[in-house]
Design a protein around this ligand. Structure first.
Ligand code: TRP
Ligand code: ZN
Length: 468
């Protein structure tokens, strides 16, 4: 039954009334034995993407089984989503763009399916009670699409010369699996990838098994720590892969396009060293694996901090950008922006990690990086905590002015307290989400003073202040 159909609802109410013991409530919900479910909201009202994510449930785990044929570009998949209802639910939505849904079930009972734009609605046979854990299974297939964002950048499912690459910031993961695609709902993942033998497939987390049969190779991956869906990735191609470990025993897995493998090798070998330096400054690494995916220049238009395994186009695989994407594992991935408005909390710290890298490895004090950023007009287009529109979420003020905010905090509180904040902030919100208000309150708490001057001028001020 289409849940949007009033006639259908009226028929259901009438049928229940005939059975007796049930009443229709004033708002059109149906009371059955005291439980009345209503549809979960179709979006979480993110300030920039109001329809991303869905109301009424929290996902705890995704089990994705993906079979990809690079030649045809076709994906055949099932997604098993484990979630807890946060209200009595008669129906709920998942976000999904394109592809064809063949069937869906909730707790192994077939569910009615409806599509409208990027909203997939599942209506289970029985209402789900608030607090109950349920499992929604969706079987789907098709050629996943590339999404062009408001700023013109490409994400979603990108075809490459030898396969494909999935990028999900801010919303590209809707192109390859149904889910609650908002950063506020993090979950663990099990991902199974099946590709033609001879082609490699890689994703986030730890690879737990691999087997080959009938010309197909299947690898099984586990993402044990919560992950926002925008940080999920899949790479399919003829990669040169390398598995190793850091001195402390963290598994490292890298996958590099063969045409750029030789060029990338020296910097890939530095991942353990850069991580060890970051652990000294940012605290314990939050995840159980690391690595990188390096693609040909142009296969991706930008580097991305995909969880445990950031993606780099070869021309962006530099020490500073490596430091940036690895720093995101603490800032952005472990403590994740509560909404897309809080993206500066992720990018400002990642750029500051570049400034710290330059300070500690290249004799360029962060003060010099700050002064260079201060001088650039484009960095002053808007306050980092208030991007004017979705197309500005990845503009220079979010990155450079975001880092300037971090530097002003350092100047205000001094190095000792600053490094306490640097490690304390991701530790306090480890595997969680946090807003700008959470951050300013946290900093003031640790500093023991109010920092209104920093927030008013650097975080929220409209233009460039007089040179300090
Ligand atoms: N957030 C990415 C990083 O800093 C880069 C990125 C993602 C980006 N999407 C973008 C940059 C769109 C420009 C436009 O690592
Ligand atoms: Zn970044």
């Amino acid at each position: 039954m289409d849940i949007r159909s009033r006639a259908g609802l009226a028929a259901a109410v009438a049928a229940l009334l005939v059975l007796g013991g049930c009443t229709a409530s004033a708002d059109g919900g149906v009371d059955v034995g005291g439980v009345r479910g209503t549809p979960g909201a179709a979006g979480l009202r993110d300030p920039y993407f109001p329809k991303l994510g869905n109301g009424g449930y929290d996902v705890t785990h995704y089990a994705l089984d993906l079979r990809y044929e690079p030649k045809a570009g076709r994906l055949d998949a099932t997604a098993m989503i484990t979630a807890r209802a946060t209200q009595d639910l008669s129906a709920f939505n998942l976000d999904l763009a394109g592809l064809t849904v063949a069937s869906a079930s909730v707790d192994d009972v077939p569910a009615a399916v409806n599509r409208a734009g990027n909203e997939l609605t599942l209506r289970p046979r029985d209402d789900i009670d608030k607090g109950d854990v349920f499992r929604a299974k969706v079987t789907y297939a098709g050629v996943p699409r590339t999404i062009t964002d408001a700023d013109g950048s490409k994400e979603g499912w990108l075809r490459t010369a030898d396969g494909a690459l999935a990028l999900g910031q801010p919303a590209g993961s809707i192109a390859w699996f149904p889910g609650n695609h908002h950063p506020s709902d993090k979950a663990t993942y099990d991902i199974t990838l099946t590709v033609p033998t001879g082609t490699q497939a890689i994703t986030n987390g730890v690879r737990t098994s691999e087997r080959t049969a009938n010309g197909r190779t299947t690898s099984v991956w586990r993402v044990a720590e919560p992950m926002a869906s925008y940080l999920a990735t899949v790479g399919v191609g003829r990669y040169v892969t390398k598995a190793s470990a850091t001195p402390s025993g963290l598994p490292v897995l890298t996958a590099v396009d063969p045409t750029v493998a030789a060029k990338s090798a020296p910097l890939l070998d530095r991942i353990p060293e850069v991580l060890a330096w970051q652990e000294e400054n940012f605290g314990p690494y939050p995840f159980s694996a690391t690595g990188a995916i390096v693609e040909r220049t142009g296969d991706a238009g930008y580097a991305l901090e995909t969880q445990t395994r950031p993606v780099f186009p070869q021309d962006a695989f530099t020490p500073e950008i490596l430091a940036h994407e690895l720093a995101h594992q603490w800032y952005g991935n472990s403590v994740t922006p509560a909404t897309w408005q809080d993206i500066w909390l992720s990018e400002g710290f990642a750029v500051y990690a570049e400034w710290l890298y330059a300070e500690d490895f290249e004799d360029t004090p962060a003060q010099r990086s700050f002064e260079s950023a201060f001088a650039v007009d484009a960095n002053w287009a808007f306050p980092p905590a208030e991007p004017p529109a979705a197309e500005n979420l990845f503009d220079p003020p979010v990155y450079q002015r975001g880092a300037m905010v971090v530097h002003k905090i350092r100047q205000a509180v001094g190095d000792e307290t600053f490094y306490e904040i640097l490690a304390g902030w991701p530790a306090t919100h480890r595997h969680g989400t946090a807003s700008t208000a959470d951050f300013t309150a946290y900093v003031e708490d640790v500093a023991g003073e109010d920092l209104d001057d920093v927030w008013d001028v650097w975080l929220y001020g409209k233009g460039r202040p007089p040179a300090p």
